[in-house]
Design a protein around this ligand. Structure first.
Ligand SMILES: O=P(O)(O)OP(=O)(O)OP(=O)(O)OC[C@H]1O[C@@H](n2cnc3c(O)ncnc32)[C@H](O)[C@@H]1O
Ligand SMILES: [Mg+2]
Length: 171
């Protein structure tokens, strides 16, 4: 089956490939619009971006996977959040959230002012292109859990639900 990931960010595409290629699926990344802000500011906006990406991917393959990152407040603490949506040509949709991690207080003001986390975390960590490598989550956890780990966790949850649905409906 041809599975399309709605991004060309190597972290997202590699995460999907590492989970699905060993079980015989063909995975390709392509640039599609998220239809939401470059920096989604709630779980709802983040999951909408993942869903829009998954839907747009269905033009190119049997299954579309959208992965989107955002930020969300809980008790005045801003958290990094991630969502994934898997859609099939025959109208099935599956959702899964990734883990969430508190962001340092000094990152909040620039994000509130409209900066993207990808740019803010580069300055904070004095590294370049963190978003396509270890990610903010990799920086903030000393690389014990990186951005690819986060997305592959989401992909396993999505594929697991999709697989369960196929098994359940054949009975
Ligand atoms: O090409 P796309 O697929 O858009 O990849 P992206 O890295 O921009 O990823 P998202 O759009 O899903 O992320 C939304 C925003 O959050 C930023 N972001 C989210 N998680 C991040 C992380 O772990 N490290 C760095 N930036 C992150 C990212 O730079 C964007 O500004
Ligand atoms: Mg983006």
């Amino acid at each position: 089956m041809k599975i399309i990931v709605g991004s060309t960010n190597q972290v997202k595409v590699t995460a999907v490939k590492e989970v699905l290629e060993p079980i015989g699926q063909e995975v390709m990344g392509t640039n599609v619009p998220s239809g939401v802000s470059n920096q989604p500011f709630s779980d709802a906006e983040t999951v909408a971006g993942a869903s829009n990406r998954a839907q747009a991917c269905l033009k190119f393959g049997e299954i579309g996977i959208g992965l989107e990152a955002g930020v969300e407040y809980l008790n005045e603490q801003l958290y990094l959040v991630n969502w994934g949506v898997l859609k099939t040509q025959d109208g099935q949709t599956f959702y899964a959230g990734g883990t969430r991690l508190p962001l340092p207080t000094e990152l909040i003001a620039p994000l509130e002012a409209g900066a993207e986390l990808g740019d803010v975390i580069d300055g904070y960590s004095k590294r370049q292109n963190v978003r396509s490598n270890e990610g903010a989550i990799g920086i903030l956890t000393a690389d014990f859990f990186n951005r690819k780990d986060n997305f592959s966790h989401i992909v396993r949850l999505l594929w697991g639900q999709y697989t369960y649905a196929q098994q359940c409906c054949r009975k």
